[in-house]
Write a protein that binds this ligand. Sequence first.
Ligand code: AMP
Length: 380
Amino acid sequence: MTRAILPGAKLGVLGSGQLGRMFAMAARRMGYLVHTFSPDTDTPTGQVADIEVTASYDDLEAVRAFAQGVEVVTFEFENIPATTVDAVTEFAPVRPSGTALHTAQHRIREKTFLARSGFPVTPFRHIHTGAELRAGLAALGLPCVLKTAGFGYDGKGQRLIKSAIETDEAFASLAGREAILEAFVDFEREVSVVCARGADGATAHYGVIENQHERHILDCSIAPARVSPALAQQATEIAASILEQLDVVGVLCVEFFLTQDEKLFVNEIAPRPHNSGHFTIDACVTSQFEQQVRAVCGLPLGATEQLRPAAMANLLGDLWQQGAPDWLRACAAPNVKLHLYGKHEARPGRKMGHLTALADTTAEALRIVRAARAVLTSRA
Ligand code: AMP
């Protein structure tokens, strides 16, 4: 049994974005101290952490010094080099373990793990050469989605191939990077399950969340998703089984495609809190971030019960095009909660914050949250 790390202890976070920020807020509320490590300064996490360390992930001496100053280290994004994680583990446990991170940060490893473990995934091929791409397209049939194997997020490094004449150009766009070719899933909806596993092996989940994307970036999530109880059970069982197979201690999100005929395909896994789980801060007994704190500290998991139907809308940098959005208007709706991440530069597509609305039904919550976002930039 892992010794519990109790309030008052120092927790380390690799990465310094909004996920680290919301983790740090949950941890500090519970009386922990938070140290964050990333190459940047004045970061979303650093602004609310006790200590912000600024160094490259490749600066292993700085990584070791960071690890020596905390009792446990977690991370808030996947693209952390394995050598960094290894250097941390010389001095402090990393939770979830490096294995979960290693699997999730590379699409071939991820899909291979999922397929070998018997989870439903779309057929795929590993691509290094133009010949492999042509053979893959012939085997899987058109259309297909070609994605770089590593360092991709929010649809970056991926393209849809609809016709064989696009093959050479698609291969050239990889610029030598290894890739995965996936059969296109004609999905009806995208859903996710945010779940957690404690050091004692107990698991918990927040049910199924329904996700709407715009330009490959999450736009809105609603919870609970409008799916049948049988489907919800299937999705949450898959998520729990992934947690166990990867021996995760922490929070993990499983993203699925759901087809018209109610078939689920696992698209991606992320061994950390997830954008689609942000509603849990305002709508659930225990947020996904508090759950991450509890899990990595070896505390019992908190209740995941959802108190009211909820909808979340992301606030992307595009909303700043005409200047700062009108926050007073967002706050005018009493059941809408504003979350801003402290980012100084509002670039198009950059996640700057989110709104969560609570209502009697998810449809109403979605209507309210969309309306609250729309008035942010209407100058009437
Ligand atoms: P990903 O980076 O893998 O999460 O993909 C980003 C988005 O691209 C997904 O949310 C889907 O909307 C779309 N997409 C990715 N892979 C596929 C696929 N195999 N079939 C259909 N759409 C896909």
